[in-house]
Design a protein around this ligand. Structure first.
Ligand code: SAM
Length: 322
């Protein structure tokens, strides 16, 4: 079971494509530590009783800005025996202590890198950001080698018209950083509708990308780096670029994946928490957890969220297929 937990809506960067861009004047909510620890204990009991291994993945906003992320991680991993990962912009990893903490506690770490050099800096609103990541990520990989253990290191890029041509060169560059995986997602339009039209991928962009992907994948594999993403994922990209909706009749909600928002609502994905989210306070036992898929499926049938008529939930579309 993968549990993606959005623990904060705060962010320190200003990506023009992202809804959590720090320059936006929007309310910012954070998770509460006690709620995270309580549900961590429920997940640990669920893991113990079902043998279904749980990976809790912090997301945001910028998750490494949440003031409790280290304490929560330490308790979930050290006391409860869960695995933890995060998706981060990498800014917090400039600190050697933070890198050491991550290497000692995390099972996976995804760092966002969208382009080479100043193009990444501009896309993220972080001057010198690419150069910093080029120090930080190899330093993590070195520490992992020294310790003989540490998280799977993954780079994720958001693909848009602006950076697509440079994606292959980006992959070859980050392959030098000691990462194991590269993943990607196409620019989505729900976060910043004003940014989307002039940056979104067009059908010809996706066709060219898909045609070049096998060769890029093979060349990275020779260097020991996996470029993940299945055929269904490319098909989702093609459909989005063509403006075609892709409904998902049954995403098997809550069976292998759960999303939790900063307010403590659990749902099949981040697009459905508002309408059919179940409060964590109603999930105190393994039995309640085992009933959750049926409960979410019923809620989804009764009040089908508009987002399900055109599902953009990446894990449903084999983003991480190897
Ligand atoms: C909201 S961010 C939060 C984590 C962290 N702050 C980061 O930058 O990785 C989660 C992921 O969504 C991606 N993302 C943000 N806005 C997006 C958009 N409009 N379309 C597609 N992906 C987006 C980010 O690049 C990152 O991989």
């Amino acid at each position: 079971m993968i549990v993606v937990w959005r623990i904060t809506q705060h962010c320190n960067l200003s990506c023009p494509f992202c809804s959590f861009d720090r320059t936006r004047d929007v309310p910012r909510v954070e998770a509460d530590l006690a709620t995270v620890l309580n549900f961590g204990a429920v997940l640990a009991a669920y893991q113990h009783e079902t043998d279904d291994r749980v990976l809790v993945s912090w997301i945001g906003g910028e998750p490494l800005l949440w003031r409790h992320w280290q304490e929560a991680t330490r308790r979930l991993v050290g006391e409860l025996g869960l695995r933890v990962s995060a998706t981060t912009n990498g800014t917090a990893l400039e600190s050697g202590n933070v890198r050491a903490f991550v290497v000692d506690h995390f099972s996976e770490l995804t760092v966002s890198v969208d382009a080479l050099g100043t193009q990444h800096d501009v896309l993220r609103g972080w001057s010198g950001g690419f150069a910093a990541l080029e120090r930080i990520v190899p330093a993590l990989a070195r520490l992992k080698r020294e310790r003989g253990a540490g998280p799977l290191l993954r780079i994720n890029a958001v693909l848009m018209r602006d950076n697509l041509a440079g994606f292959a060169a980006l992959c070859q560059r980050v392959a030098e950083w000691g990462v194991q995986e590269i993943s990607f997602n196409q620019l989505g339009g729900r976060d910043r509708p004003e940014y989307f039209p002039s940056h979104r991928l067009r059908p010809e962009d996706v066709a060219e990308f898909a045609a070049r992907l096998p060769e890029l994948r093979a060349s990275l594999a020779e260097r020991g780096v996996r470029l993940v993403g299945g055929d269904g994922y490319l098909e989702r990209m093609r459909a989005s670029a063509a403006g075609e909706a892709r409904a998902v009749p049954d995403c098997r909600p809550g069976q292998t994946f759960l999303f939790i928002d900063e307010q403590g609502r659990t749902a099949p994905c981040n697009y459905t928490a508002e309408q059919i989210g179940v409060p964590l306070s109603e999930l105190g036992t393994t039995e309640a957890m085992q009933w959750l898929p049926a409960r979410l499926a019923t809620a989804r049938k009764r009040c089908r969220p508009a987002a399900c008529e055109d599902c953009h939930s990446t894990q449903v579309w084999e983003k991480f297929a190897r």
